[in-house]
Write a protein that binds this ligand. Structure first.
Ligand code: ADP
Length: 493
């Protein structure tokens, strides 16, 4: 199967979030399954500055954008040890910028940048000799690709038989722009209607992808259900419900080489299922030293690692600390950065409960590994969570995730009940309502089980054995691609 993956960021080239991890790992995993895989990304300044073996080519072409025809230059790279051919679309006016999308405010020309990128992908693909079976597009930045394949490039031999798959990583980001940007797309105004490209007088690039793609996926089965209703669909629930026959969810894999307690350069003693207690103790000693404590605390360590934003349920963590830190049943460690008000709330908690609550504000990859290795319990009380990786890393490091029942957290954590503990399927703790009392109740359950040594050990060993490698996820994508190729293409009217 010949697969073209299209994304605006991918590891190791450029990254702002989880999309880059998926767009980096999935093409590799598909290649290992025998797919002939090409990845196309923009040639961001960041991608060119990372010392990767990127080569210029002779290939360049004009891309019609409104009344202009800016040039796209093709760069190529096969990262060391990779089987994936990466094509980078270069245009210095659009992509030689300090950050990927702007910030704190988005770049004013983001519509033009990603309309250009999407159209350039098709211009390039249509010039290839060998046809593509699947064109797999990620998020709003690639949302126009399915429309272009159907409406403008479907007669080229390389794309005539292609099917398009649109994958949503987070419904909260849709690529909404003012309606006059429709002129830049080169598509007929007739498609600017509420059933196709328009969203309340604006151009919506994600919606466009969802309407024109032959199949749609998102990053967990539960999130696939949640986005077909308000508020999960963020206004596009109707569009998604109408396409529920081709909408599915596939949980992301994790990088099992980077996140491996048996071989992790960030932790003092490597460990596996058998000696996790020794590994965790060594990590606790190192963490205590790092935080300036004389010795590690003997109480269970409860951790939170993540962005301090509304999505992640930080306010529940703050409230939980207020309720529980005084009782002294556990030690809490929070690592994160984000909204200043949350950072301040957490810093206050650390000041109120010295020796019981540690807070480190900042982004520190190495410390995140050490905290997961040291912790007994990791809190993931998200308001919504398309897939979530923290709970998967936590399980692999034998830190039992305590999660809210939303999105991918539902699909990856089995609540510890008498039944699931008995049959060995338990892999964490789950609570339903978005409130601190429910979180506290779940944490008390977890701490009670923690006090029962053998039962806790069984739980940890099972969690550590779970397989969240990309191989399994890529196989599901392959099946989705096969189903999509076997079905009739979407009718676009
Ligand atoms: P999201 O992509 O929505 O932020 P995920 O759970 O999918 O959430 O992945 C986030 C990962 O990023 C975490 O597992 C954690 O390892 C890492 N991370 C988040 N914040 C920090 C931080 N302040 N320091 C180190 N790593 C962090």
């Amino acid at each position: 199967m010949r697969v073209l993956e299209v994304a605006s960021e991918a590891v190791p080239f450029a990254k702002t979030g989880g999309l880059a991890d998926v767009a980096g790992a999935l093409p590799e995993a598909l290649a290992r399954l025998g797919c002939d895989t090409t990845l196309v990304i923009p040639a961001h300044r960041e991608a060119l500055a990372r010392g990767l073996p990127i080569e210029s080519t002779e290939v360049s072409f004009e891309v019609p954008i409104g009344t202009r025809r800016p040039l796209a230059r093709i760069l190529r790279c096969t990262p060391p040890g990779s089987r994936v051919d990466v094509v980078l679309i270069a245009n210095d006016d659009l992509f030689d910028r300090p950050t990927l999308y702007g910030g704190p405010r988005d770049y004013a020309d983001n519509a033009e940048r990603f309309i250009f990128f999407s159209r350039a992908v098709l211009e390039w693909a249509s010039r290839q000799q060998r046809p593509f079976d699947i064109v797999h597009c990620h998020d709003w930045q690639a949302g126009l690709v399915p429309a272009y394949q159907k409406l403008l490039y479907g007669s080229s031999p390389a794309l005539a038989g292609s099917r398009t798959v649109m994958t949503i990583h987070n419904m909260a980001y849709q690529g909404l722009f003012w309606h006059w940007d429709m002129l830049l797309t080169g598509l007929d105004w007739k498609y600017f209607n509420w059933q196709q490209m328009e969203f309340y007088n604006q151009l919506n690039l994600l919606k466009t992808g969802l309407v024109f793609a032959d199949a749609i996926s998102t990053v967990s089965p539960t999130y696939a259900r949640e986005i077909q209703q308000a508020p999960g669909g963020c206004g596009l629930e109707g569009v998604l419900a109408a396409r529920s026959d081709v909408l599915s969810g596939i949980v992301n894999g994790i990088d099992t080489a980077a996140w491996n307690p048996a071989d992790d350069r960030h932790i003092p003693r490597h460990y596996g299922e058998r000696d996790f207690a020794e590994g965790k103790y060594a990590a606790r000693v190192a963490l205590a030293a790092r935080l300036g404590h004389a010795a590690p605390d003997a109480r269970p360590l409860v951790a939170f690692v993540g962005r301090l934003v509304g999505q992640k349920g930080v306010e529940l963590v703050v409230e939980l600390l207020g309720r529980m830190a005084g009782a002294g049943r556990a030690h809490f460690m929070i690592l994160g950065s984000g909204e200043p008000s949350s950072e301040l709330d957490l810093a206050r908690m650390a000041a109120s409960f010295p020796g019981t609550v540690d807070v480190v504000i900042g982004y520190d990859e190495g410390l995140a590994h050490l905290v997961q290795a040291a912790a007994d319990i990791t809190l993931v009380p998200s308001r919504f969570e398309p897939c979530g990786l923290t709970q998967l890393y936590a399980q692999r490091y034998g830190s039992i995730p305590l999660v809210r029942a939303t999105g991918g957290l539902v699909d990856t954590v089995v609540d510890a009940t008498p039944e699931t503990l008995e049959d060995g399927s338990a892999s964490g703790f789950v609570f339903e309502g978005f409130d601190a009392a429910a979180l506290e109740h779940a944490l008390v359950r977890a701490l009670t089980l923690h006090a029962d040594g053998p039962a806790w050990q069984r739980l940890v060993r099972h969690a550590m054995r779970l397989d969240w490698s990309w191989g399994t996820s890529a196989l599901e994508y392959l099946r989705l691609f096969e189903r999509t190729l076997a079905a009739a293409p979407v009718r676009t009217g």
